[in-house]
Write a new protein. Structure first.
Length: 74
């Protein structure tokens, strides 16, 4: 998904998958209010901001990441 089209395309996105990259932080989840599945695999992500903006989220996969469990704010 191109950043310039994020606001338009994010509304229709129901599944988002991120594989084997090096994103240290996830932001902008507020652009995906209809997201139902979020899969994060093999990322360097250490922080995820904005899960509270995903009211329809049914599945959250965080696999092989550097994420540490801390305070969860929904």
């Amino acid at each position: 998904m191109m950043y310039s089209r994020l606001r338009q395309e994010g509304l229709s996105c129901i599944t988002l998958e991120m594989f084997f990259g090096s994103y240290p932080r996830m932001v902008g989840l507020n652009h995906f209010p209809n997201l139902q599945v979020l899969r994060i695999v093999g990322q360097a992500v250490r922080k995820i901001d904005g899960l509270r903006f995903l009211p329809k989220l049914k599945e959250l996969w965080i696999i092989e990441c550097d994420l540490k469990v801390g305070r969860v704010l929904l």
